[in-house]
Design a protein around this ligand. Structure first.
Ligand code: KG4
Ligand code: ZN
Length: 359
């Protein structure tokens, strides 16, 4: 499914979906000891994503919906990431602040309810997952047996844990002066590529018969520096978002205060260093930190089903009346009201909290 550069090959991915979709549905029903007649409705991802893959899922879901006379619930994949934490944590109530970090996204949102989202920060040029994946591939981490089965982000986390000197490499913190919650990972990627290139050149000069698969010296320290730099950016943007939430009294004021909740979700949330850092930071501002269990952080069908359940409970009639033919796959679609400029206008300064040391 992956190309040589580490990206997804759309036609392979489509083929993979086509080959597996029917078996997955059959196995899921068998495992849950249910027949399709006992299912109320069918939830399916309609956006955003690779059209070729969305089409396979949608086509099959529509076929089932027609054959068994079931309502269809179209799901926005990022909204599903955002609300999954409620499946395992009944104490997590709306509203909450949420950071979605994956291979395709980096978005800070206020989740008011299952249908209402406000966007506080976004990344229009890449994501932390993409940054980790590209750097891991450039370093050649997948050439080592212990990382060969890992995603780039997971490989970087494991290698960073072996670092002996996490401060050996210094990385820039982008957009320090800009008083918004926007993300940018291009600077980290460029700096990492430069360091890797220089170290590979040095290796080449010292040893002309260098094995192409050999890793650069101190790669574990470099992974630690990259992980810390990405984490620092995520923390700082989120800290400003929390100050913004104070200003708009998101969690109420006076005696009518709601519990302050923060959710970390998406594939990159599997990273324990990032999660621990967030837990420490948000606690300092009185927030409880939630993240779905790791198998529910990365893309999965359970989160789509859960989002379907919440939407069904909220407005069953809407889905009973939905024209199935009107549901089409969409590659990109914002799902939240944009408050990015409002944050900038508020010109919020922050006293940064410390980023925890690498253990
Ligand atoms: O949410 P997800 O499964 O798919 C997308 O919607 O993109 O996220 C996949 C991303 C990949 O970029 C992968 O490298 C990253 O999540 N990832 C991690 C870890 N596990 C997966 N990043 C950092 N640390 C991890 N442990
Ligand atoms: Zn995802």
């Amino acid at each position: 499914m992956f190309s040589r550069s580490g990206g997804i090959n759309p036609s392979w991915a489509q083929e993979f979906h086509r080959e597996n979709i029917e078996n997955i549905v059959t196995e899921s029903l068998a495992k849950s000891k249910l027949t399709i007649n006992q299912i109320d409705a069918i939830a399916v991802t309609a956006k955003p994503g690779l059209i070729a893959c969305l089409q396979i899922g949608l086509r099959y879901a529509k076929h089932l919906a027609r054959k068994y006379h079931k309502p269809l619930i179209p799901i926005h994949h990022m909204k599903a990431h955002a609300v999954t934490a409620r499946l395992e944590n009944p104490t997590l109530k709306y509203p909450f602040l949420c950071l979605l970090v994956s291979g395709g996204h980096c978005q800070l949102v206020i989740v008011w309810n299952v249908n209402k989202f406000h966007l506080l920060g976004d990344c229009t040029t890449g994501s932390p997952g993409e940054c980790f994946d590209k750097i891991a591939r450039k370093m050649g981490l997948h050439n080592l047996p212990e990382y060969s089965e890992c995603s780039g982000g997971q490989a970087i986390e494991l290698a960073a844990a072996k670092s002996v000197n996490p401060n050996r490499f210094e990385f820039p913190v982008p957009f320090q002066q800009q008083r918004n919650c926007q993300f940018f990972f291009g600077g980290i990627k460029d700096h990492a590529n430069k360091v890797i290139h220089e170290l590979q050149q040095q290796q080449q000069e010292q040893n002309s018969s260098r094995d192409k698969n050999q890793l650069i010296p101190h790669y574990e320290d470099l992974c630690a520096a990259i992980l810390k730099s990405v984490t620092m950016q995520l923390l700082r943007r989120t800290q400003r978002a929390m100050h913004y939430c104070e200003r708009i009294a998101l969690f109420g004021y006076g005696d009518s205060k709601l519990p302050k909740a923060f959710v970390l979700s998406g594939g990159v949330a599997c990273n324990d260093y990032i999660y621990t850092a967030f837990n420490q930071m948000v606690n300092q501002f009185g927030y409880t930190c939630y993240r779905p269990s790791k198998r529910l952080c990365s893309d999965n069908g359970v989160m789509i089903a859960w989002n379907g359940i919440e939407k069904w409970i909220e407005n069953e009639t809407k889905f009973r009346q939905l024209d199935i033919d009107s549901v089409l796959p969409v590659s990109r679609e914002t799902f939240a009201v944009n408050l990015i400029e409002d944050i900038e206008r508020k010109n919020i300064s922050c006293d940064w909290v410390k980023v925890p040391a690498m253990q």
